[in-house]
Each structure stands twice: as C-alpha cells, then as structure tokens.
Ligand binder design. Structure first.
Ligand SMILES: Cc1cc2nc3c(=O)[nH]c(=O)nc-3n(C[C@H](O)[C@H](O)[C@H](O)COP(=O)(O)OP(=O)(O)OC[C@H]3O[C@@H](n4cnc5c(N)ncnc54)[C@H](O)[C@@H]3O)c2cc1C
Length: 524
C-alpha cells in the first residue's frame, strides 16, 4: 500500500490557513476518505516522526488547524452520514463522518434526505422512523455554516442558540477516534468514566490507555479553554474540545432536537449601550426559554451601515436606525402560539422599561424575516474578517484580535466596563458583538498597523487576567488553538499546563498531533 501523503504544492496553499488569517507551513497533505485511511496516514506520520495538523472546514479563528510543519490531514472529504439511531425519547441521531458540513447536515435533516448507501438494517429502520416522524433540527449554530462536524466537536463549538440548547458537547452521543499511532477508540456517552482523576480507556485493539486528568476546576461559564476536566467525568468529554491534540475524530453521533413550531426573532436597537445591557439582563431574568440573546455595539452597527451602503452583497441587510448605539437580538422558540405571543409581549415590556422603542425594533415571525436577521448576525463577523484581510495586505503582521471570553452572570456589566475602559485608554479601533445571554462578548480589536496589533495583544492579555479573576473563561467557543495558548496559561497557570501536557502524552507520547495548540511543544 502506497503512502497517502502528497506533497503540499501551491494548489493546496489554502490549507495553510484558517479564518484567523494566520498562515502556516507544511510539507505534505492527505485527504483520507475512511477511518482506515486516517489510521494509515497517522501511523505513517507516527513511524516517521512527522507532526500532524488535523483540519475540518478551516473556519476556525484560533489557528488550531493552521500547520506548524509536517503533514496536514484534511478530514474534509469524509462527508458521509454512516447511519441513524432511534433514541428512546422519540428523537433521532445520525452517525456522521467528521467532514460533514453543518449547512449540508441542515439540508439533509430539513429535507429528510440522507444518502443511505451502505447503511445496516438497524440504521435503515431508524431512518424510516425519522422520515415518518415530525420535524427536527441540529441546534449548535456556530454562525459559520461551512464548519464541519469534526471541527465543531474538536472546538466544542457553540453559537447563538447555545444560550438555550448548550454547546455541541451536549448533542454528541458517541464518537470514534484514531490515535496518533493508528489505534482506534470508540466511546458512547454514559459508558466510560474516570475514577476521580484517574482513568483507563480501552482501545479497540485491546490495549489500554492509563492516565490522570489535570486537577483544575473549570469555570462555571460557557467554556472551551483546554481539556474538559472533572473528577469522575465521562471520558468522551476529553475528546470534545480537545482542539485536534489527542486524536482524529472519525465519527461523531449528532443528536437532533424536535423543531419548535414557532421561531421568532426580535432585533431591538438602543440609543445607549447601558440600555442594551439592561435589556439583556431583563430578558434573561424574566422571559423564559429565549433561544438566543445576542448583542452588537455601535461600532459593529456602523460596519453594517457601511456594508449595506457600499457593498452589493450586503444590500439586503435590514436598515440600522439613525443614532442606534447598540442592538440586542432575541430569538424565541416555542411550540405554542399563545405562549410565544405572551413571551413576545413580556419582551416588549422589558424593552420599554430598558429605554427601547417600538419603532426601533424589528420583529421577525416568518422564516424569510428570521433568515434576514440571521444574515444581519452573520454579516458582522464576516465584514470584520474582510476588513482585516484588507489591512493585512498593507501590513502582514496584522490579524484580528477577537476575544472569546465569558464571565459569570453577575459580572456582565463589570466586564463590559472593563472592555470599554481598555479600549478608551488605548484608542484602539474595535467592534463588539456576541452572545450576551452567556456574558460572552467578542471584543474585536481592529489593528490599523503593527503597533496597534502589539498594543491590542497586551490589552487582550490584561483582560484575560481580569476575566480569570472574575471566575471566567479565556476561551468559550472558538477553542484555544495556537492564537490563545498564552491566555490559557494565564487562566490555569504553569502547573496545570504541565498537567495538560502529561495528559496529552498518554494519547500522543511523541507530541506530534496538533503541535502548538493549547500549549507549545517546548516542555513536552
Ligand atoms: C464568521 C465566523 C463566525 C463564527 N462564529 C462562531 C460562533 O458563533 N460560535 C462558534 O463556536 N464558532 C464560531 N466560529 C468559529 C468556527 O466556525 C468554529 O470554531 C468551528 O467549530 C470550526 O470548525 P471547522 O470544521 O472549520 O474546524 P477547523 O477550523 O478546520 O479546525 C478547528 C480545530 O479542530 C481540529 N479538528 C478539525 N477536525 C478535526 C477532527 N476530525 N478531529 C480532531 N480534531 C479536528 C483542528 O485541528 C483545529 O484545532 C466562527 C467562524 C467564522 C469564520
């Protein structure tokens, strides 16, 4: 059998970068199509001491899939659904290869059309039940729908609706993974646990991995900062959020939820940021079951205003009212019309109390109107990425500095004040948006030159220290990758980073997989 590694020539140049716009280097690339091929590629790299960087859709913004040498293993051609299961509670799950793209999965689920070639009888029977049952959806929505399910699992991706439904971790029922030396592991939720901090994990060849979890306490916020770690934890959780450092995920079982009969969206503009934050808190406290509570500051709105006026691709954006200094977008899901109307009414009351006005509020009740507001939400990060790409052409050192930190509920105002103070003191350009319901705002510093970039990085590090002090997380959905390794050390300290390195050695003793993700190889 020949090698699956091919030389990484110019035609594969795009595989050296992700949406962080940092550019890596690699000598080879491989596109396995089956788990067996993944095992072959990894085993070869293992035997030849070649570092491996795993890739999905390359939509990550932490440079996790940007290679630092060796071979890029792109799972993007493993795009099949391999089976279906009927769950005891009337729901269904699908066994997905890691390269299944989120938007494709959405289409398959919505149309109930999966390619079932090669499925076993049990899967086909479950699939028949799925086709006869009501409507379902896969709730994780990390905005960028060209993300792959393997990448989403590796980052423990979230998105707006995770406010209500939780991150991707909560929707994965089983997974298969290939270790760096080619051994395979299969795990199903609820079947294999650590004992305290010690664990034993059997591989399918009969060998057993034995190790100890790092002893840190994870923050009680939305979090994807380093390895999931808790006494007696389900060992499947080690792989979810492991950022391409422990194993290649080769199958992810994604569980669906029943599709709510009504999905409405309210976009409320405010003339002051404080009003918008007060509204977020009021919605959280008094409007049950909001699916998402998203926030956009005045700078983000200005970017949208400009895009709408100047770029035909954004002409369909809803207009932003004059003078609006912030917007809050609330998604409501419900199965009952009277109930969602009642919640909309309550939302209106909170809106007025916070200083909002009906004429500055858009209410979307139809699928088309909701899609328009989702376009609005997606347009913000996309526009900022475009802006940074332009600036990078003038100064290659520039990349976007986007924070991904969450704090506990009672720290929302404090963290907003922290960000505002830092931005005002440094005079750095920025745009702030994100998942305010989870106290998880992305402060995007937009460097104009190399000096801005360096000052922005220093400010980001100061915030990482302050957020850690508030009991928060330095990375809450984008994973740490390479871009935020320094902040992970700020959050957990050198001792726990050493614990993470020791944990990684159990799975990858040569330190070849996902080099420089989470922590640098030095000290390995
Ligand atoms: C405009 C925009 C908006 C975004 N908004 C959000 C958001 O709201 N919420 C959110 O969570 N994310 C968001 N993201 C980030 C990104 O979409 C997610 O992090 C996504 O989960 C990455 O998936 P991917 O397939 O592109 O992974 P990649 O970028 O290819 O890889 C990400 C990491 O996963 C590892 N990896 C990939 N595949 C595998 C595998 N099969 N096995 C093991 N490791 C693997 C890689 O090595 C890397 O460390 C956004 C990105 C963009 C560009």
């Amino acid at each position: 059998m020949g090698s699956l590694l091919r030389e990484l020539t110019g035609e594969y140049e795009a595989y050296l970068r992700d949406e962080s716009h940092t550019v890596g280097r690699a000598d080879w690339i491989a596109f396995p199509r089956t788990e067996e091929e993944v095992a072959r590629v990894l085993r070869e790299a293992w035997e030849r001491d070649i570092p491996v960087t795993l890739q999905g859709g390359r939509t990550g913004i932490s440079a996790g899939c940007v290679p630092h040498g060796g071979v890029v293993v792109s799972l993007s051609r493993m795009t099949r659904a391999e089976g279906c299961r009927a769950l005891d509670d009337g729901r269904f799950s699908f066994l997905l290869q890691p390269g299944v793209v989120l938007s494709e999965l959405g289409k398959w689920v919505e149309s109930k059309r999966f390619d079932t070639r090669g499925w076993d009888g049990e899967s086909l029977a479950a699939y028949g039940g799925f086709c006869r049952a009501g409507e379902f959806f896969f709730s994780p929505d990390p905005t960028e729908r060209s993300a792959c399910i393997g990448g989403m699992a590796a980052c423990n991706a979230s998105g707006a609706r995770s406010y209500c439904y939780g991150p991707v971790r909560d929707h994965i029922l089983s997974l298969r993974a290939v270790l760096m030396d080619g051994r395979t592991v299969a795990l199903r939720r609820g079947e294999r646990f650590a004992r305290g901090l010690d664990f034993e994990l059997p591989c399918e060849d009969g060998s057993v991995l034995r190790g100890r979890l790092p002893g840190y306490a994870m923050p009680a916020t939305k979090n994807t900062s380093g390895y999931y770690c808790a006494p007696d934890m389900d060992l499947m959780d080690l792989f979810i959020g492991s950022d391409g450092t422990l194993a290649a995920l080769t199958q992810v079982e994604a569980a669906l939820l029943p599709l709510p009969a009504f999905q409405w969206c309210v976009n409320a503009y405010f003339m002051e940021e404080g009003q918008a934050i007060a509204f977020v808190k009021a919605v959280r406290d008094s409007v049950p079951k909001a699916a998402a509570i998203e926030y956009f500051d005045g700078d983000a709105l200005n970017i949208l205003r400009r895009q709408r006026a100047e770029n035909p691709a954004f002409a369909a954006l809803p207009p932003v009212p004059d003078g609006a200094a912030a917007a809050v977008c609330v998604e409501l899901h419900d199965d009952d019309r009277a109930s969602i109307q009642e919640r909309l009414f309550r939302l209106g009351e909170q809106l007025t109390a916070a200083g909002g006005r009906e004429e500055n509020t858009q209410v979307a009740r139809t699928a088309a109107d909701v899609a328009a507001l989702k376009f609005f939400r997606h347009a913000v990060p996309e526009s900022v990425n475009m802006l940074i790409a332009q600036r990078k052409k003038l100064d290659p050192v520039i990349t976007k500095l986007g924070t991904d930190m969450a704090v506990p509920d009672d720290r929302l105002e404090e963290v907003v004040a922290l960000y505002r103070r830092g931005l005002a003191e440094t005079g750095l350009q920025s745009a702030v948006w994100g998942h305010a319901g989870n106290n998880h705002l992305h402060v995007n510093i937009l460097p104009r030159n190399g000096d801005d970039y360096r000052r922005g990085k220093a400010l980001y590090a100061d915030w990482a220290r302050a957020v850690t002090g508030m009991g928060g997380a330095v990375s809450s959905e984008h994973a740490v990758g390479k871009a935020k390794a320094d902040f992970l050390e700020i959050m957990y300290g050198p001792e726990h980073i050493a614990g993470m390195r020791a944990l990684k050695r159990v799975f990858d003793p040569k330190g070849l997989l996902g080099q420089d993700n989470l922590f640098t190889k030095e000290g390995n």
